[in-house]
Design a protein around this ligand. Sequence first.
Ligand code: OAD
Length: 259
Amino acid sequence: MVSTTTGKIAEFRRLLSRAHSVLVLTGAGISAESGVPTFRGAAGVWRQFRATDLATPSAFARSPSLVWEFYHYPHVALAEAEKRFEKEGKRFNVITQNVDGLHRRAGTQNLIEMHGNLFMVRRTSCEFIEENNGSPICEAFANRRSADENSPEIDEKDLPHCRKCKSLLRPHIVWFGEHIWNDVTEKVEKEIQLCDLFLVVGTSSVVYPAAGYASILAERNIPIAEINIETTPSTSIATYHFHGPAAQLIPQLLSVNIV
Ligand code: OAD
């Protein structure tokens, strides 16, 4: 349920229209509705369509683009806002903690995937990174069930390997115990420096370093808008807490005409 007042939204939009460098930090909450949308209630209506009417094979046959867009809409709203800002000669950047690749697929260009991307793989020998959309990623996974605890380990030779150098591949993701890559940290620091309006969307704000960005910016008196269905450690320092689902609030706040 969105409890945000219309007055606050109008106030935020005025700030947005004056901003020159918008930075959006996203977390898992922005993707919550992409695969598992709310099917009933107010949040179940997108544009003039009911979710239950869109998530059907016949809707997909009629308009595959519409159905794909439905599953991407908070991400699409950010990508649309980026285009509009760029046309106006302003900066609009997204930093995501998510590895699902949905911002990229929705068309966001100015994107920092700080924890990597599930559809990128890296060679264990030389750190070469490449896109891999294979599903399953290799034959050995074809008939395995994740729930089957007793299935034998897959022999290393049957795991994904680079076709050229033959070295074992790994997901290009920052795992627990690993550090965020230096080039990513540098890009993030630059955006934090330039940012004059910060949006924090669908993140619990407990995992660092991302959890610390709001306080760095609050110290510089940069306005912060949090969008979340719960309160988080960022709520008390945010200028605005917009309480509700990202898919509903982002298009509204950014005045993107896809709802
Ligand atoms: P979390 O799972 O910790 O938090 C998700 C947040 O999204 C919560 O605060 C929810 O209230 C909010 N939320 C859920 N549905 C929402 C919706 N429809 N609209 C708006 N908000 C919604 O996810 P992250 O904060 O992204 O790191 O987690 C950060 C990192 O923790 C991850 O990137 C991962 C993990 O450790 C690595 O794997 C390195």
